[in-house]
Design a protein around this ligand. Structure first.
Ligand SMILES: *[C@@H]1O[C@H](CO)[C@@H](O)[C@H](O)[C@H]1NC(C)=O
Ligand SMILES: *[C@@H]1O[C@H](CO)[C@@H](O)[C@H](O)[C@H]1NC(C)=O
Length: 315
């Protein structure tokens, strides 16, 4: 009995120390499990955070780098419906300079952005058809249709100060990066010109999918890119000034369609791009359009295949 009870005791002692060990073990296991679960939760959190931030990063970067984008209207302003817009420049302080075409109606004007009111009007001689316009320092450069003659105006009063001859085949669009002039002549050529001599420094032939992008019209230098209206279309093509490659297409079909739906049947094509570099505002309008739009670029919801772009943007 005694030994038995002793045995029992030792047994129970043993078993109790055994169960203590197993308890410690299961406690250890329990802690490890908790640790494991916490690690998994943390890992999932890290993945989610990384995923979300890379997603928003993708979204942000695709705003700038999407090959196909459309213009989302953030503001609209009145625009002289008799202005056959051929050149448009933003000049700070909510002020635009605009060049208009049509014989006997051609002009250079200073326009208040918010009201569309013409503040200064410089009428051109009847024999000239005004085209592209750009502002370099204090001087506005303008080219004219079907001639190689251009004019320079003083931005303060729009007094004509000089006349020049350029080397392009015709005068369509003008832009500047602050150093050189960019020009278009209705072909697929994008010219770079010396603003002092008006001599051509470089030329790029703009191609999309092997096809020439003809009818390059009004130009604007925006954030290191050249943007060009393609005449007869609702498309703006973004071009690298360094090598002439196409950086993207901006589809603005809804603007003209919206105006026509609102009963403005006399309007002509989309033309005129201006950029407020300080506030990164982009403005577009058209020939005889009653409105001027401030737009933001949004990536197109679908990727267009090249055939569709050719149909919409290459006349
Ligand atoms: C900005 O434009 C307003 C209204 O046209 C004018 O009164 C003001 O003098 C201009 N400011 C500058 C700095 O040119
Ligand atoms: C052309 O220049 C742009 C920058 O303006 C660059 O992103 C692109 O890779 C260049 N393409 C070629 C073919 O050199």
């Amino acid at each position: 009995m005694a030994s038995k009870s002793f045995k029992k005791k030792t047994n129970s002692k043993r078993s109790s120390s055994k169960s203590a060990a197993s308890m410690a073990f299961s406690k250890h296991l329990y802690l490890r499990r908790i640790f494991f679960v916490i690690s998994i939760i943390l890992l999932v959190c890290v993945i989610v955070v990384l995923g979300v931030s890379s997603n928003t990063w993708n979204k942000l970067s695709s705003v700038n780098h999407s090959f196909h984008s459309y213009g989302y209207v953030v503001n609209e302003f009145p625009h002289d419906p008799n202005a056959f817009t051929q050149g448009l420049v933003y000049a700070g302080n909510d002020t635009l300079f605009e060049s208009t075409g049509l014989y006997r109606h051609s002009s250079v004007r200073k326009v208040a952005l918010r009201t569309g009111k013409v503040q200064i009007l410089q009428q051109m001689a009847d024999s000239y058809f005004g085209e592209g316009l750009t502002l370099l320092g204090e001087r506005l450069f303008q080219v004219t249709w079907l001639t190689k003659i251009g004019f320079i105006y003083d931005r303060k009063n729009l007094k004509k100060s000089e006349q020049f001859t350029h080397e392009m085949d015709d005068g369509w669009g003008l832009a500047t990066d602050g150093k050189i002039l960019y020009g278009s002549d209705g072909t697929s050529t994008l010219y770079q010109m010396d603003p002092q001599t008006l001599k051509v420094i470089r030329k790029h032939f703009i191609k999309f999918n092997g096809q020439s992008v003809r009818y390059l019209n009004e130009l604007e230098y925006i954030n290191g890119e050249i943007w060009a209206n393609v005449w007869q279309t609702d498309c703006i093509v973004r071009i690298s000034p360094n090598n002439g490659t196409i950086l993207g297409w901006i589809l603005l079909q809804t603007l003209r369609q919206g105006l026509i739906a609102a009963g403005y049947n006399g309007i002509d094509v989309l033309n005129g791009i201006a950029w407020d570099s300080n506030n990164n505002r982009i403005f577009v309008t058209g020939k005889l359009w009653p409105k001027l739009y401030e737009i933001e670029l949004h990536p197109a919801k679908k990727q267009y295949n090249n055939d569709v772009i050719e149909q919409l943007c290459l006349p």
